[in-house]
Design a protein around this ligand. Structure first.
Ligand SMILES: O=C(O)C1=C[C@@H](OP(=O)(O)O)[C@@H](O)[C@H](O)C1
Ligand SMILES: C=C(OP(=O)(O)O)C(=O)O
Length: 435
């Protein structure tokens, strides 16, 4: 029996004020452990996200014989290098994490390891063919089933050959899996995408000493390069900050400052959307470090108006769309979200789940095949919402309580620990601290 937990959030129009440092970026934390494990020697990571998804990544590389020590958000990864990994005794369980599973398929395909990859009941429903199909073209061996749609999948590491691949969908997970496979393939691998997706893999490969060529929508990597262990600093996750950025924008009298939040332009679509809708966003000190840019950001409440969100903007804010839908319920006019059919294959079908949950609070929101239409502003009511086992849905439900006129109960809220441990502590502290 799965544990069902329930949390009640009741903040009815209370302004949110204060300064927070959200936990480390999930995408960057995964990659830091992965690249640290591929490189020979000792990599240190500061600001690591100790959320359940990234802890799954640590557990998996430990099973492959990499020594990983964690003290809070400080992690050290000491590895014999990819050629020294051992076959795991048990299946590698990526838990709820699509990023772990898909990137791992690309990494293991060109290693000398044989391993089964599996995941929780949500991840076992998510499509893996988007990764296994191109990897098959590189000669990857997925034991017993080359047409694999879902986990579990057994990878039999082998010698790969490079390829040129035009991605049919904008997905950083697919791009990264192919680049990782390309790193151990013979020849130069080229990946072209339709719209630019997050480029953390490319940036971090360079930080580990690899040569990676990027043009606007294409990336290439020569195989056979070895990586140098290094020190990685992980900035705060803008996808986590987004929940409080939207809360600050919606509730009159709110002002929240975010310290050391990631400002990689492939991830800052949420800032563009907030500004376009009329929210006040200002920037403090910005650091353009070796790996990732980050800095200080402040969001203040303002009158909001509806906009259209579509096209190349979508990959720059894909994980923020549930809370953006909530934000749109407080904006004047009809907000249209298009070209976001990828939302249907996340931890849950986020188009149906967001619409059905927000409708319970009286929101005027309807699903479309590739997005949603939301008309506002609407005063939301309290109610009982379900997370659908999806951390982003759970946080959207909690944030809805700041604009609802009654308490919001969230069923199965513990999934929030997948990406934002300490979320409720931040919510409490921001609603308690007054100007
Ligand atoms: O590469 C990554 O770290 C991620 C890429 C995105 O998925 P897709 O590649 O499926 O778009 C995103 O939704 C996910 O949360 C993290
Ligand atoms: C979709 C997400 O992650 P993943 O694909 O890694 O499960 C997410 O964090 O919203």
């Amino acid at each position: 029996m799965e544990k069902i937990d329930m949390i009640t959030a009741a903040f009815n129009g209370e302004a949110l004020n204060g300064t927070i440092r959200v936990p480390g970026d999930k995408s960057i934390s995964h990659r830091a452990v992965m690249l640290g494990a591929i490189a020979k020697g000792k990599t240190t990571i500061s600001g690591f996200l100790a959320g359940e998804d990234c802890l799954s990544t640590i557990r998996i590389f430990s099973q492959l014989g990499v020594e990983i020590e964690r003290n809070g958000s400080d992690v050290s990864v000491t590895s014999p290098g990819i050629s020294g990994w051992k076959n795991p005794v048990e299946a590698l369980d990526a838990g709820n994490s699509g990023t772990t599973a898909r990137l791992l398929l690309g990494i293991l395909a060109g290693s000398s390891v044989t391993a089964e990859i599996t995941g929780d009941r949500y991840l076992r429903k998510r499509p893996m063919r988007r990764v296994t199909a191109p990897l098959n073209e590189m000669n990857a061996r997925f034991k017993g089933n080359t047409e694999t749609e879902t986990l579990p999948v057994t990878v039999e590491g082998t010698k790969l050959k490079a390829m040129s691949y035009e991605m049919p969908i904008a997905s950083a997970q697919v791009k990264s899996a192919i680049l990782f496979a390309g790193l151990s393939a013979e020849g130069t691998t080229l990946v072209t995408e339709k719209a630019v997706s997050r480029d953390h893999t490319e940036r971090m490969l360079r930080q580990f000493g690899a040569s990676v060529q990027s043009e606007e929508t294409s990336v290439s990597i020569a195989g056979g390069q070895s990586l140098q262990a290094c020190d990685v600093k992980v900035p705060g996750d803008i996808s986590s900050a987004a929940f409080f950025m939207c809360a600050a924008a919606m509730v009159p009298g709110s002002k929240i400052t975010f310290l050391e939040v990631g400002l990689n332009p492939t991830r800052t679509g949420i800032i563009d959307v907030l500004q376009e809708m009329g929210a006040k966003v200002s920037f403090g000190e910005r650091v353009n470090g070796e790996g990732e840019p980050y800095g200080e950001l402040t969001v203040e409440s303002s009158d909001l108006h509806a906009i259209e969100i579509s096209g190349a903007m979508i990959p720059r804010l894909i994980d923020e769309l549930p809370v953006i839908a909530l934000l749109a319920t407080q904006a004047t006019g009809t907000t249209v979200i298009k070209d976001a059919e990828e939302l249907r294959v996340k931890e849950t079908d986020r188009i149906e789940a967001v619409c059905s949950e927000l409708q319970k609070l009286g929101a005027i929101i309807e699903p479309t095949p590739d997005g949603m239409r939301i008309t506002g502003p609407t005063k939301l009511t309290g109610g009982m919402l379900r997370s659908h086992g999806d951390h982003r849905l759970g946080m959207m439900a909690a944030i809805s309580s700041v604009v609802a006129d009654g308490p919001v109960q969230i069923e199965d809220a513990s999934c929030i620990n997948v990406s934002y441990p300490g979320f409720f502590e931040h919510l409490d502290s921001l609603t308690r601290s007054k100007h």
